[in-house]
Write a protein that binds this ligand. Sequence first.
Ligand SMILES: NC(=O)c1ccc[n+]([C@@H]2O[C@H](COP(=O)([O-])OP(=O)(O)OC[C@H]3O[C@@H](n4cnc5c(N)ncnc54)[C@H](O)[C@@H]3O)[C@@H](O)[C@H]2O)c1
Length: 364
Amino acid sequence: MFRTQLLRHAARAVRASSSPVKARAVPTPLLSQTTRRSFMMTAQKDQKGKKTNEEPELEHEGSFARTDSSVQVEYPAEGELPSSTPVQGRGGAHLKRTLATYSLEGRVGVVTGGARGLGLVMSQAMVISGADVAIVDLNKEEAEKQAVELMASFRKENPEATNVPLVTAHYADVSSPESVEAVIADIIKQHGKIDNLVTSAGFTENFEAINYPIDRVRKLWGVNVDGTYLFAIAVAKHLMARKEPGSMVFVGSMSGSIVNVPQPQAPYNAAKAAVRHLAASLAVEWAHAGIRVNCISPGYMLTALTKKILDDNPELKNQWTSLIPQGKMGNPEDLMGPVTFLLSDASSYVTGADLRVDGGYTVT
Ligand SMILES: NC(=O)c1ccc[n+]([C@@H]2O[C@H](COP(=O)([O-])OP(=O)(O)OC[C@H]3O[C@@H](n4cnc5c(N)ncnc54)[C@H](O)[C@@H]3O)[C@@H](O)[C@H]2O)c1
């Protein structure tokens, strides 16, 4: 099973490959009968059962399915990432028929990490669908700028609209309980209530595990896991106190279900597996209160951060896309439909699910 899967990956990589990295990692003879056999050969044993003349390790063996410790990426400092721009041309009034249950009108949604990247695009999807949105981010200045942009973009695309969604910006460090408590109080003060939550604050880094500084690992888990947990608890308490239903979407990653190659990122993968299972566990715990909790697991998406990683390591892009059945990375706006669906009443019987938005990566 594993061998078949590996050969399938390798075959796709060879077809897609023209880059030096893949030429090195997956030489064409990998697919010859001789080499296929070498995958199946077992080591010779002497009479005592000890290994004697093992098949000599070939350069290609396992190489395509392994991590490469030379790929190292630190999450960049705040000033190094450019702003994201709101999506244009998706939010105008239209006359196409669709289900009314997809609307988020009358809802207030909180989006952590909403100042940039996937969080910003999902905030915009919520605004286009009629929700008021509170953007929460470490970078309040950027959140303020984008809140203004989202409302301006809504007005521009809906010149007849009399009711423009309210978008506010708030500072919080999602990994700090005090900060989360303070921002929830601030949001309720400004919006009156919270109905929906999207937890997009998170980041990834690449270090081989044995050299990953533990303080960086703790920070990564703090933002990705504690940050999701703290917000979920705070919003659930608020909903239970109001005796109102709600819907939450945690942003996981396909890395919570598979192990990416070649970049090593064990703590991130483990964090995203935790996020996915936290969504399932809380979905069960809060079903009685009408609170739905689901996870969206994106694959490789083209955001400012991934663009920077690919600029620094151009050979990675071919390697990544060769493993995606759709043959391309996703655009942040590919999350607009999934997040709207999961937050809205269109998904009222969906809870504890993990919706993978990965171009088919995880099914091969
Ligand atoms: N980009 C991808 O390909 C991809 C794929 C799968 C999953 N994801 C996940 O999607 C989420 C968003 O990723 P992105 O690519 O949009 O990243 P991004 O860096 O563009 O945006 C993340 C935002 O979170 C904010 N943030 C970081 N730490 C914070 C903290 N402690 N408190 C509050 N805000 C904080 C940042 O300021 C930033 O605005 C992350 O959880 C990431 O792991 C991304």
